[in-house]
Design a binder for this molecule. Structure first.
Ligand code: PLP
Length: 404
């Protein structure tokens, strides 16, 4: 008789957003006349900008002619895009990153979920708490997290680094020694970021103890503060200890189009083994390249026209973030984030739990957010609202919250 991977059986309940989905559809079925505003899931709502659509159309036309048709894309990405990324995202910021250190993929979720495969099963992970759940879950599937304590919401073999209002949402160097350190900056869900100085502490620490920082910069485009770096490779020493994940989902609205990339410097080594080579091998074996049409579309993200249009799109969402932040603050809530990320992280009022507040908000204001406890035990007592809605629905949701 075959046996399944038992690690999957240890995973807690269903994924956060399916629980939310079930609660919301249950409520809608009972109250069909209520207009629900969804500020829960971090999906974008603005359409693709004209420069991207134009680039896509051109690529579609190329695919319709024998002479310009493209079959399988190179596993690691087309040279034209890797060069453009290296130049505009890295070299222009003074980062020493070359095109062959960039691996194009179908998105950051796949990469930050899969990266753990190239490290030994004995590696110990450290995560910020709360954080994007994919890091812990993907390691739990690989058997690296030990056992799950349902009551406390903790895995026995994970090093949690609490990020709460008390420490300004800045993770502290843990007492125990990790091998893989996940940092998500700007952070989902807290919407907070690390300054250059704060990140340098982590780079020095990782180099000191021989750990790898897995740096998820999916929200890089939303950074507004001058002292927040856009890439970990802006920090001296990062080439020997860091891997960076980027996504086109939130800077260009590619959540349904799918594209991302991972940067692995050739100086990142375990003994004399280059991690770069392992990821290239994995990519070549398990991934058949991102679509030509999509990689062409991504080129428009870097054109002058595309950049200008996307700046406006980011500004649209960040205006929503401001509306939520200021509205809730004026109503007396304790709010965080919303400056370098499209997420507002609020303290749940009146001693309610995160899920109690979710239910209360759904029923009294018909607004959907995300309970903080879904992102880790230190998220309990907090709640996430996203700025990815329309301006009109954001204003209406804040108005309802104020009344509530
Ligand atoms: N990383 C973080 C922190 C995210 O919040 C998300 C999506 O919400 C992703 C990665 C996924 O990005 P992608 O759409 O490129 O898979």
């Amino acid at each position: 008789m075959f046996e399944v991977n038992e690690n999957y059986l240890k995973l807690p309940g269903s994924y956060l957003f399916s629980t939310i989905g079930k609660k919301v559809s249950g409520y809608s079925r009972k109250n069909p006349d209520r207009k629900i505003i969804r500020l829960g899931i971090g999906d974008v709502t603005r359409p693709l900008v004209p420069a991207i659509i134009e680039a896509m159309h051109e690529a579609v036309d190329e695919m319709g002619k024998a002479k310009t048709f493209h079959g399988y894309a190179p596993d690691l990405g087309y040279g034209f895009l890797r060069e453009e990324i290296a130049k505009k995202d890295y070299q222009a910021r003074g980062c020493d990153i070359s095109a062959d250190e960039i691996f194009v993929s179908d998105g950051a979720k796949s990469d930050c979920g899969n990266i753990q495969e190239i490290f030994s099963g004995g590696c110990r992970i450290a995560v910020c708490d709360p954080v994007y759940p994919v890091y812990v879950d993907s390691n739990a599937m690989a058997g690296r997290c030990g056992d799950y304590d349902e009551a406390r919401g903790l895995w026995s073999n994970v090093i949690y680094m609490p990020c709460t209002a008390e420490n300004g949402f800045v993770p502290e160097i843990p007492d125990e020694r990790p091998d893989l350190i996940y940092l998500c900056v700007p952070n989902n869900p807290t919407g907070t970021a690390l300054t250059r100085q704060q990140l340098k502490v982590w780079v020095d620490y990782a180099n000191d103890i021989g750990a790898v920082i897995l740096y998820d910069a999916a929200y890089e485009a939303y950074i507004a503060d001058e002292d927040v770096p856009h890439s970990i490779f802006e920090i001296e020493g990062a080439r020997t200890c860091a891997i960076e994940f980027r996504s086109f989902s939130k800077n260009a609205g590619f959540t349904g189009v799918r594209l991302g990339f991972t940067v692995i410097p050739k100086d990142l080594k375990s003994g004399d083994v280059e991690v770069h080579g392992l990821w290239a091998r994995r990519h070549g074996t398990k991934f058949n390249g991102a679509p030509y049409i999509v990689q062409r579309a991504a080129m428009a993200v870097y054109s002058d026209e595309g950049r200008a249009q996307l700046r406006e799109q980011v500004a649209y969402y960040m205006n929503n973030a401001r509306v939520i932040y200021e509205g809730l603050k004026a109503a007396g809530y304790q709010v965080y984030g919303g400056v370098n990320a499209p997420y507002i992280w609020m303290k749940v009022p009146g001693g309610m739990s995160s899920w109690e507040f979710f239910d209360w908000l759904l029923e009294t204001a018909n607004v959907v957010g995300t309970p903080g406890s879904g992102f880790g035990p230190s998220g309990e007592g907090y709640f996430r609202l996203t700025a990815f809605g329309t301006y009109e629905s954001t204003v209406e949701a804040v108005g309802r919250l104020k009344k509530g």
